[in-house]
Design a binder for this molecule. Structure first.
Ligand SMILES: Cc1cc2nc3c(=O)[nH]c(=O)nc-3n(C[C@H](O)[C@H](O)[C@H](O)COP(=O)(O)OP(=O)(O)OC[C@H]3O[C@@H](n4cnc5c(N)ncnc54)[C@H](O)[C@@H]3O)c2cc1C
Length: 394
């Protein structure tokens, strides 16, 4: 196979696709990002970026652009959802920044995506096409050729499929893998900080646990808004990205929660809902000159707040592998080798959190007692393997 002497194609202009383009450019490689939406944008409310993702964003040169947008919560406060009592306080802020060398950031998704997009627009090595859904792909001995919905074709050295959870390229090139509904859906919203009831900390990450639901909130947009996620049991979910949902559906989900949390949820009138899907057996990440990345490769349930961070890590490592190897085959094999065990571990840890969050009865009581008794430092140190990841800066 030949060297990377032509442009690398990227399908999907979400966090993963844009981070990959920036990481490739940092190493001197040109890319072309196809995004099927008519404008580059993102859906959803907030996003938490642990220190492992912060390292990548800093190396992509985004630290300054993001500084004024980032929230830096002091702690994660875990609440017993029913009583509202605090079960434990896991230190973030300076503590986590010192421990792992990067802060724990929280963003409005739009702010994070806009920073990645602005940097990509400013970069001469990156071409962006919106309204460009990749619908076909053929692989030759030394090239790939992507076809978009309008019939245009573009040749490149390889294609990175960063087309998200419902990846059509995964189905096309990696065999049909069934996404499994987790029987949970997430409703997301953002509300103005002045509408947040007193009694809700707006400077921390709040995590409220009850038997069939949990709630997460944290400050975004420099503390002027609060992002809110309500995850609740759901019987069914139509396949697809996101849907409108009635506020009543969300309120019903938190009926067992303390009044202050119910007041917080009632303060929101505009929710969107995401069915939460898992891919228990991710396919190989590489097939010839096509590599899967981010949610397309390995969707992560959101109970560890790491799916987007994994997409950032993937993009950075993929670019590293492209720089370190002479041909596509060796570079993509190295990428798969470097990423697979880690992302499978993250997927598993997230599933486990999901089980723990929704425990019922005596098991929930035992969980709460354990959280109360655990030294906060220990609760954080169990994630050293996750947050302590450092990209190779070379
Ligand atoms: C409720 C919830 C909360 C979450 N919270 C967090 C969190 O706090 N922290 C965290 O790190 N992660 C979180 N995640 C996970 C995170 O949102 C995803 O892991 C992340 O968005 C994946 O990025 P991606 O670029 O791989 O895919 P996506 O963000 O889905 O981007 C894929 C892009 O590809 C485009 N596309 C699709 N098909 C094509 C095609 N054929 N051609 C061209 N373009 C195409 C789409 O329009 C889209 O723009 C959360 C997820 C959920 C559901």
């Amino acid at each position: 196979m030949s060297k990377f002497d032509s442009v690398l194609l990227i399908a999907g202009g979400g966090i993963g696709g844009l981070a990959t383009a920036l990481a490739l450019a940092r190493r001197g490689f040109a890319s072309h990002v196809f995004e099927k939406r008519t404008v580059f944008s993102t859906e959803g409310a907030g996003i938490q970026i642990g220190p492992n993702g912060g390292h990548v964003l800093a190396l992509l040169g985004l630290r300054e652009a993001l500084r004024s947008k980032a929230g830096i919560p002091h702690a994660v406060r875990v609440h017993d959802g029913r009583s509202g009592g605090v079960l434990c306080r896991i230190p973030l802020g300076d503590h986590i920044a010192r421990r792992y060398g990067a802060p724990y950031w929280v963003f409005h998704r739009g702010d994070l995506h806009a920073a990645l997009l602005d940097a990509a627009r400013d970069c001469p090595l990156i071409t962006l096409s919106s309204g460009a859904e990749v619908t076909g792909l053929s692989q030759g001995a030394d090239t790939v050729c992507a076809e978009t919905a309008d019939g245009s074709r573009l040749e490149g050295a390889s294609l990175v499929a960063a087309d998200g959870l419902w990846s059509g390229l995964r189905s096309q090139f990696f065999g049909e893998r069934r996404l499994v509904f987790s029987n949970r859906s997430a409703a997301r919203a953002v509300l103005r900080i002045e509408d947040v009831p007193s009694g809700i900390s707006s400077s921390d990450v709040g995590l409220w646990l009850s038997d069939k639901a949990h709630v997460v909130h944290y400050p975004v947009r420099g503390g002027s808004e609060l992002a809110l996620v309500v995850v609740r049991h759901d019987e069914s979910s139509a396949p697809g990205w996101s849907a409108d949902v009635l506020p009543m559906w969300v309120r019903e989900g938190v009926r067992s929660f303390a009044p202050v949390l119910q007041d917080l949820v009632s303060a929101v009138s505009d929710w969107r809902k995401w069915g939460l899907y898992d891919l228990p057996e991710p396919p190989a990440f590489v097939n010839g000159r096509v590599a899967l990345l981010g949610d397309a490769a390995h969707p992560v349930l959101p109970f560890l707040a790491q799916g987007g961070v994994m997409a950032l890590e993937d993009g950075f490592v993929l670019a590293q592998c492209v720089a370190a190897h002479e041909d596509v085959s060796a570079a993509f094999s190295a990428y798969q080798f470097a990423r697979r065990q880690r992302v499978l571990r993250v997927q598993g840890a997230s599933r486990k959190n999901g089980r723990i969050y929704h425990l019922q009865g005596a098991l929930a009581t035992a969980r709460n007692l354990t959280l109360k008794a655990a030294p906060p430092g220990m609760l954080l140190s169990q994630y050293d393997w996750l947050y302590g990841w450092h990209p190779d800066e070379g």
